[in-house]
Design a protein around this ligand. Structure first.
Ligand code: OFO
Length: 184
């Protein structure tokens, strides 16, 4: 008896999301290492924490596929892109990455809607909400950098911004509650 409650297409798009979340974690790790090397320890800390959140998202999608009787396929992930040129570039690329990810979530929602797979539709809503928060988080970083002087920010304002990021909560309560062991 086939107990897989996911269609082939839904299973495939969810597996694609597993890979995307793993890639996102690698990107944040790589930008975090770059930031640390540039002396921005606070930014690095923020990016490393975010890499963990992306891993939690990956686990959450994996768990859902398995709970619905589907099969998870762990795929190779792409190498992260080259290092950012500066902090502005880093935050802009991060923002673009989050918007790309939102679009990928919307594709899951659209397909679930098309197939009337309401369980997957409902599951994906958590990510829709999460992406609103994640995009906002990066928009706030860009705003803070703008206030600090944007590309012309002085070393002193960058130092203060870096300090602020080290202590800044992730401001994503749902993601913060999730852990790799318990990605609910
Ligand atoms: Fe940055 O978000 Fe995962 O889904």
């Amino acid at each position: 008896m086939d107990t897989n409650r996911l269609s082939k297409k839904i299973e495939a798009i969810l597996n694609r999301q597993v890979t995307k979340e793993a890639e996102a974690a690698q990107i944040y790790l790589s930008y975090g290492c770059w930031a640390d090397g540039e002396g921005y320890g606070g930014v690095a800390n923020f990016l490393f924490r975010h890499a963990n959140e992306e891993r939690n998202h990956m686990m959450k999608v994996m768990r859902y596929i398995m709970d619905r009787g589907g099969s998870v396929k762990i795929e190779a992930i792409k190498a992260p892109p080259s290092n950012p040129k500066n902090l502005q570039d880093c935050f802009e690329k991060t923002f673009k990455h989050e918007v790309d990810n939102s679009n990928s979530i919307y594709e899951i929602v659209n397909l679930a809607n098309e197939e009337k797979d309401w369980a997957t539709y409902n599951f994906a809503q958590w990510f829709v909400k999460e992406q609103i928060e994640e995009e906002k988080l990066v928009m706030d970083l860009l705003d803070k950098l703008k206030i600090a002087g944007g590309p012309k920010a002085s070393n002193e304002s960058l130092f203060n911004l870096d300090k602020e990021l080290a202590e800044m909560p992730d401001e994503v309560p749902l993601a913060r509650e999730a852990t790799e062991d318990n990605p609910e």
